[in-house]
Design a protein around this ligand. Structure first.
Ligand code: HEM
Ligand code: HEM
Length: 185
């Protein structure tokens, strides 16, 4: 199998794993912001971060391979290019927002949960994180279903986007509630 095809397959599987970890971490913590349930744990958060870093590195590698191939072929596909750059631009925004996110929530292992200050600046970065993940998955849901070889890729991609939109909205609400709670303490 060609290296590029292999990387795409590995990245597709990693993306599914990351989506699962992200939903557990994001939804679990959103409920924490609303004082519901148990915290999902930092082990999960660190596993998510590790998979995300590997995914981003493979993404950069695939970008270089694709741009080289495009230059050799000398062909441009405007529609695919729009999607291509939407995935890259949102990926960059996610990376920046995650760096801020980890800085906001980092605490020593022995410290109590969620003592991090959360004001308007922290809220803005967190909404950027949620919004950039929404754009990223919206732009890459169809290619993901093609990479995974599922039946009816367009319909499955629409399902994924719909479910994720609801859960991302819940996470955004969680961040807003947490910010409001900080402003009244
Ligand atoms: C650290 C920031 C991130 C960067 C730099 C990044 C970058 C990329 C790139 C370049 C691709 C396209 C790979 C290709 O050419 O096939 C991609 C695909 C994808 N990304 Fe990300 N990503 C990031 C974070 C995330 C996060 C947090 C999620 C989900 C929660 C995610 C979900 C996906 C999915 C589902 C795909 C489609 C995979 C496929 O087509 O097989 N990414 N990402
Ligand atoms: C791909 C996206 C995300 C990544 C990679 C990520 C990663 C992390 C990491 C590594 C930590 C641990 C920081 C430490 O070492 O103490 C953390 C903590 C936290 N994250 Fe995320 N996160 C993401 C998205 C989210 C979302 C969407 C929410 C909210 C809905 C969220 C809520 C939290 C909270 C509340 C903590 C503190 C938990 C604690 O201290 O036990 N995260 N995150």
């Amino acid at each position: 199998m060609k290296l590029e095809a292999l990387l795409r397959q590995v990245n597709a599987v990693l993306s599914v794993l990351m989506l699962a970890l992200f939903l557990l971490h994001g939804v679990g913590n959103a409920f924490q912001f609303l004082d519901v349930g148990m915290p999902p744990g930092r082990g999960l958060a660190h596993a998510l971060l590790a998979v995300c870093v590997v995914h981003a590195l493979i993404g950069v590698w695939l970008t270089v391979l694709t741009l080289r191939a495009q230059r050799r072929a000398g062909a441009g596909y405007p529609r695919q290019n729009l999607r291509f750059w939407a995935v890259r631009a949102s990926g960059l925004a996610i990376a920046a927002a995650i760096a801020c996110h980890v800085l906001i929530f980092f605490r020593p292992a022995s410290a109590p949960v969620r003592l991090a200050y959360f004001g308007p600046a922290q809220l803005a970065v967190s909404i950027l994180l949620v919004a950039s993940i929404a754009v990223h998955v919206l732009a890459s849901a169809h290619p993901l279903m093609l990479s995974l070889g599922v039946r009816g890729p367009r319909a499955r991609a629409a399902d994924l986007v719909l479910v994720l939109a609801v859960l991302l909205a819940l996470m955004a609400v969680g961040f807003v509630v947490y910010c409001v709670r900080w402003s009244v303490v």
